[in-house]
Ligand binder design. Structure first.
Ligand SMILES: NC(=O)c1ccc[n+]([C@@H]2O[C@H](COP(=O)([O-])OP(=O)(O)OC[C@H]3O[C@@H](n4cnc5c(N)ncnc54)[C@H](O)[C@@H]3O)[C@@H](O)[C@H]2O)c1
Ligand SMILES: CC(C)=CCC/C(C)=C/C=C/C(C)=C/C=C/C(C)=C/C=C/C=C(C)/C=C/C=C(C)/C=C/C=C(\C)CCC=C(C)C
Length: 655
């Protein structure tokens, strides 16, 4: 432990029982009862925290900071460890320290990293500026901890890479985060979770969690969504495909054949997708391997790649109202109508809801990101909160690091941005760096509007018995589908998980599309008045359509505007994600993860295949695979890489 001699250090002393043995997994090099190991260069700003320090094979359960100087660690009771023994950890010296130690192997650096893990989601810990100036310590830095960023980071970590995630906010998850107020646990965004079953190859959320040793308890949703549409058209999307088809064909008996053919095509594509092992489509050894093993399935996907759901629906269906229903089916997952929704994406969501079903995580959607962040740390990588990346540092045209708003810099072999492409190439890189590929992306895709969202707690009795968890409401005119405030999304997650609200109460999360332009230039009081006014109108509409007495049942209400989304999710204009400027060629124009800047990758919803939690999880899996190949921890062939990347670039110009 020579390297410790001159380092700022923490001393770990058993507080009461001198015979207690240190966890040999978490601190493998520590054998004695008085322990010294490197200090993580943080300042603890709060005095009383409750940490969760769960390394996979560690028995440490909790870590409480009782004062600036001492920490108590509690232990799980396993065969090796007595429960609730305590160590006192003294912060001997809080001098800043960079990453990496000369002559120290990765395992030891990993120990320091795990200590950094105490900067867990429930705490406020500030970094000191100027730290971390050592070069190339990380294999990858991920900017942002949305599901896209976290999946990329965890996939890389389990492959053995050393990753640092830098998150601007105080918890992970971005749009899939959570917040707690007045006894309620609110999902920041939607509560409809695709890809969260235990079946097939497309359960990407389940797989991402399993990769880091997590399995979450879920509650099956019997109805994906209950549509309340013009002309009193009411359609429930039942979990069982046959029940859904029976309901839809009851509403449109004359279109039974068309309905079966359209949804049948979706199944053909879904089954092809579900037969593949999903990895980076930018990695030739994998891609050619899949073509070799599953030629028919790959050709099916290649055939449908440039097509949209609306055009295919029109081949089989003539009834305008049914076509509008399919528009609504697409709109709720893509914020655009069926003519603009890629057929592969439509197939994915229209079938997964019946194949694996929609499943809600016990404790709320926010637990997915929390578990991934914990899994990342358990695998020896890091996540820092309140770490606002201001710039990507380029050297000789290569992305080599990032600079934070406090001036500190971090360096890595690769940089992965989970910020939107508009933020990545408009803010994190200077405008003069906008590459041709990004110009092309911005010609094809625009920022989808943001949302006005209302989080409410209501008296449980206002909901009729058998109320479904998810609703989509478009009252009178199909033309309003894509208009701002035209349609209303409603999630009531407490229908599935009552633990999210105080007993006898329900959560209503109401959201509707809204553009940030509508909210600019208002004084603070006008801004607040406008939020209340629009929220009141939306609630009145729901009261009239679904829940009489809704207004008088409200116990808690908080309204977020597009500005709120911009502020808390760090998304340009608070956008929900990219949407095609006109009718796209399916997914053909959507960029993958590599960018024109050497060493810089993007992940998240401005990458293939676009918006959606499962979509960004796929983008994370693809990104990790491509990065792993580029840094030499997965197989790659530079000659084939150049050929495939060139070919894909050319394909995109056809979009
Ligand atoms: N808006 C919604 O209602 C909603 C709800 C649920 C899910 N979703 C889905 O989630 C998808 C987005 O997921 P995603 O993974 O692409 O990203 P995301 O927007 O959810 O997460 C990005 C994260 O990056 C962080 N970040 C951005 N810029 C940063 C910077 N400069 N420095 C440090 N951190 C920074 C943000 O704080 C955020 O946590 C959407 O497409 C949508 O489908 C949206
Ligand atoms: C390499 C080339 C060019 C060709 C080779 C051919 C080939 C092998 C192609 C392979 C293609 C693949 C593997 C494609 C994979 C595509 C996937 C996995 C697409 C997934 C899409 C998922 C989507 C779009 C999910 C969207 C979900 C959303 C947005 C959910 C949101 C939900 C709401 C907002 C809920 C609404 C809420 C209420 C309350 C109603």
């Amino acid at each position: 432990m020579q390297f410790l001699a001159n380092s700022p250090s923490l001393i770990l002393l058993p507080s009461s029982n001198p015979k207690i043995s240190t966890n040999s997994y978490l601190f493998p090099h520590i054998k004695a009862t008085n322990h010294i190991f490197p200090c993580f260069s943080t300042k603890i700003t709060n005095t009383q925290f409750n940490y969760s320090l769960r390394a996979p094979r560690s028995s440490i359960k909790s870590c409480n900071y009782y004062s600036y100087k001492s920490i108590n660690l509690g232990f799980y009771g396993t065969e090796n460890h007595t429960p609730s023994k305590k160590f006192r950890v003294y912060c001997v010296n809080s001098v800043k320290m960079g990453f990496g130690f000369d002559g120290v192997d990765r395992k030891k650096v990993g120990i320091e990293d795990r200590l950094r893990a105490v900067m867990n989601v429930d705490k406020t810990v500030e970094r000191e500026s100027g730290e971390g100036k050592e070069r190339e310590n990380y294999d990858a830095i991920v900017i942002g901890s949305g599901i896209g960023g976290l999946v990329a980071a965890t996939q890389l970590a389990v492959k053995g890479a050393k990753v640092l995630v830098l998150e601007k906010y105080v918890i992970p998850g971005g749009s899939s985060g959570f917040y707690e107020k007045a006894g309620y646990t609110f999902d920041v965004g939607s509560s409809v979770m695709f890809g969260f079953s235990d079946k097939g190859n497309l359960n990407l959320i389940t797989q991402a969690l399993a990769a880091v040793g997590c399995k979450m308890e879920v509650i099956p949703d019997p109805t994906t969504v209950h549509f309340h549409l013009p002309n009193n058209l009411s359609v429930r999307v039942h979990r069982e495909y046959s029940d859904f088809i029976a309901e839809l064909t009851t509403r449109f008996p004359h279109e039974k054949d068309g309905i079966l053919k359209f949804y049948g095509k979706c199944w053909k594509i879904f089954n092809a997708l579900n037969s593949l092992e999903l990895k980076s489509l930018e990695e030739p050894i994998y891609l050619f391997g899949q073509f070799f093993q599953k030629p028919l399935e790959c050709l099916t996907l290649a055939y449908y790649l440039p097509q949209n759901a609306g055009a295919i629906a029109r081949k089989y269906i003539k009834d305008p109202q049914l076509l509008s229903f399919i528009d609504a089916e697409c709109f709720i997952v893509s914020t655009v109508n069926a003519m603009q929704t890629p057929m592969i994406n439509a197939s994915m969501v229209l079938c997964d809801r019946h194949f694996g079903g929609i499943n809600y995580p016990v404790g709320g959607v926010g637990k997915i990101a929390k578990s991934l962040a914990q899994g990342l740390v358990d695998h020896g990588s890091n996540i820092l909160y309140k770490a606002n990346v201001k710039n990507i540092i380029l050297e000789h045209g290569k992305a080599v690091g990032v600079r934070l708003s406090d001036g500190s810099e971090y360096y890595a072999r690769t940089i992965i941005s989970n910020a939107t492409r508009w933020d990545t190439f408009g803010k994190l890189l200077k405008a003069e760096h906008l590459p041709k590929e990004e110009e092309d992306f911005q010609k094809l895709y625009v920022k989808a509007p943001s949302f006005l969202s209302i989080h409410m707690g209501v008296k449980a009795e206002v909901l009729p018995p058998d109320t479904d968890c998810h609703h989509f409401v478009l009252e009178s005119d199909w033309k309003n589908l894509e208009e701002p405030y035209g349609s209303i999304f409603l999630s009531i997650p407490t229908i599935l998980d009552s633990s999210l609200a105080p007993s006898g109460h329900h959560i209503l999360h109401i959201f509707t599309t809204s553009s940030i332009d509508d909210w600019q230039g208002l004084s603070p009081s006008d801004y607040n008045k406008k939020k209340e006014l629009i929220a009141d109108e939306i609630i009145s509409r729901l009261e009239k359509k679904l829940f009489p007495g809704l207004k008088s049942s409200i116990l808690f209400k908080e309204v977020g505007s597009p500005k709120t989304h911009r502020r808390f999710l760090a998304r340009d204009s608070g956008t929900y994600g990219p949407m095609p400027r006109s009718v796209p060629k399916g997914l053909l124009g959507m960029p993958f993860n590599t960018t024109a800047v050497d060493g810089l990758y993007c992940v998240g919803d401005s990458c293939f295949p676009g918006q959606g939690v499962i979509a960004v999880a796929f983008s994370g899996i693809m990104c990790a695979h491509r990065v792993a190949a580029d840094i030499g921890i997965e197989k790659s062939s530079p000659a084939l890489d150049a050929a495939l990347l060139g070919l894909l670039r050319w394909f995109r110009t056809l979009a």
